[in-house]
Design a binder for this molecule. Structure first.
Ligand code: HEM
Ligand code: HEM
Ligand SMILES: [Fe+2]
Length: 489
């Protein structure tokens, strides 16, 4: 009889227990994201599918809102996961943190329920307060915005108070902790810019991009930089000094290029012409920090000959390094110069890049943290070579990565058809728009997205199954970094 290790939260510190709650909701919301993405993708090829029951606009909105919320829940979870270790003190105000978790989750559920129940109606001020603000990715109505701000303030209190409490004991805030705190102020502060109301659509778009762009190309990148630094120390045994040095360098490069890089969204929305040069130039530099991040992760695992104490987590960390570089860096770069963006703007190129970047940079590293959490929940179980049942995490990873790559390529082909036929040849007329939509390359690209979507969905099911079972029948304890280092010699 092999012993069965239970998932036991007694193995965790206070902050980590709360982290697991956030991770659980995040993983469930990924499921919701996939479901609504599949509905939207089906409607792309069968426009009558569920028409009038649940419209494309709603499926799309729930799909990308679930995305934003599950990633944020993953980040919040990751911060609570690292907090006590980084701060050297137990979480201050943990009880409040727990209450806020339930309030936050309930808010999300109510917002989605309202999206589904009230799919059409007049666009009045009450709509904005109660149903939706209509700004892509941040569609949540105003009441929820305010609720979210309150939740985030409580979260920030937990984090800041814990760091300051630990600071006295440890003789200073850790590098990761300092970057994290400043980043959270920026990340949360920026959200406020997307809340104010104006009837001028250029102004509205101008500030809305402050939220979206400054999140994904500045503050979220810094967040995953902190997560990667912590993960490399824990999974691979890299020294704190090395990861902190890299972190500072990456943050400097990221903000240096990413902040003015916002100009790549100001080409065609009615903002002054100088944005063409500023946006083109600075956003073209944005891939550089992403190269640095790949070098950091790959070099460190090379130094340790990839010997690590958590193979699935390490696999997802490497996927993050490459996914971030390819999806954000390369796929972003290809359409970031105004001369090219004139043809690709708002086509399936953007969707191809959007999927690759969000998945590559953010979904992957959250999954790595889920695996780190699962390992500890099972009582620091062995997750290195010859792990019992390790086909599951490997196949989940293959299906998810291949499914995503397939969708990305399907969308890219469709985007090519649009930029050539609708824009370059047809001159962006109404007739040219339809000519592109009906072109076999576009249509086939959309079918491929759907087919690979099924593969991605299968990978998700396997991932959840693996999360629930990995390490269950394992008798060995976690491999120590010293043993791993000896083995590597
Ligand atoms: C992880 C980081 C990134 C994420 C998650 C991301 C995601 C996205 C998404 C979802 C869109 C579509 C927005 C919409 O709905 O209109 C978009 C647009 C865009 N992204 Fe990124 N992006 C990232 C990094 C980058 C980088 C580094 C570059 C440039 C080097 C870039 C260049 C662009 C450009 C030019 C557009 C506008 C596309 C258009 O005109 O339709 N992105 N991005
Ligand atoms: C089964 C898997 C999935 C399917 C079938 C799917 C399908 C779709 C569809 C049909 C759209 C609307 C595109 C449009 O309006 O032209 C969309 C948008 C989007 N999806 Fe997915 N999706 C899936 C998974 C994901 C994942 C895992 C992510 C990120 C981690 C993601 C991120 C996005 C983003 C950012 C957008 C907005 C893109 C833009 O406006 O440019 N999706 N998805
Ligand atoms: Fe951007």
């Amino acid at each position: 009889m092999t012993a069965i290790r239970a998932l036991n939260s007694a193995n965790l510190n206070g902050g980590q227990k709360l982290a697991v709650k956030y991770f659980t909701v995040a993983l469930a919301l990924l499921g919701a994201q996939i479901l609504f993405g599949m509905l939207a993708a089906t409607q792309f090829v069968m426009p009558g599918f569920l028409y009038g029951v649940i419209d494309f606009s709603i499926n799309r909105m729930v799909h990308i809102n679930a995305l934003v919320v599950w990633l944020l829940f993953g980040f919040i979870g990751a911060v609570y996961w690292m907090l006590e270790e980084e701060a050297g003190a137990p979480t201050v105000g943990l009880k409040l943190g727990n209450i806020i978790f339930y309030v936050f989750t309930a808010t999300v559920l109510v917002v989605v329920a309202v999206y589904l129940l009230v799919q059409v109606g007049p666009g009045e001020m009450s709509t904005q307060w109660l149903i939706t603000e209509g700004r892509e990715y941040t569609e949540a109505p105003r009441w929820a915005d305010i609720g979210i701000v309150v939740c985030v303030l409580a979260f920030f209190y937990n984090v800041a108070a814990t760091f300051f409490k630990g600071k006295a004991a440890k003789g200073g805030i850790s590098g990761i902790g300092g970057v994290l705190l400043l980043d959270l102020v920026a990340l949360a502060g920026i959200y406020l810019l997307g809340m104010w109301y104006t009837t001028n659509v250029t102004l509205d778009q101008y500030w809305w991009w402050w939220v979206i762009h400054m999140w994904v190309e500045a503050t979220w990148e810094v967040m995953v930089g902190c997560m990667m630094a912590y993960a490399l120390m824990n999974v691979l045994g890299t020294s704190r000094k090395i990861v902190t040095t890299w972190l500072y360098l990456e943050v400097f490069m990221m903000l240096g290029s990413g902040i003015l890089g916002i100009g790549h969204h100001y080409f065609w929305i009615g903002t002054p012409e100088y944005w063409l040069s500023i946006g083109g130039f600075f956003s073209a530099l944005e891939p550089l920090p992403l190269v640095a991040m790949v070098v950091h992760a790959v070099y460190d695992s090379g130094v340790h000959k990839s010997r690590n104490n958590n193979h699935p987590a390490m696999g997802w960390l490497i996927a993050q390094a490459f996914g971030n570089f390819l999806g954000a860096g390369v796929w972003g770069f290809i359409h970031t110069l105004p001369q090219i963006n004139l043809y690709t703007h708002g086509t399936q190129w953007s969707a191809s890049h959007g999927h690759f970047a969000f998945y590559g940079a953010y979904a992957t590293i959250n999954i790595a943290f889920f695996y780190m959490a699962t390992q500890k929940l099972r009582g620091d179980v062995w997750m290195s070579g010859n792990l019992f049942g390790n086909w599951k995490w490997k196949w989940a990873m293959v299906l998810l990565n291949l499914g995503m790559l397939g969708m990305i390529m399907g969308m890219l082909v469709a985007g090519f058809a649009q930029s050539q036929i609708e824009r370059a040849i047809g001159g962006a007329t109404w007739t040219a728009f339809f000519a592109a939509q009906e072109h076999p390359w576009f249509v086939q690209g959309m079918y491929w997205r759907l087919a690979f979507g099924w593969m991605f969905a299968a990978g998700y099911v396997l991932l959840v199954w693996d999360m629930l079972t990995i390490g269950k029948r394992e008798t060995r304890a976690v491999q120590s970094h010293d043993d791993a280092a000896l083995e590597a010699k």
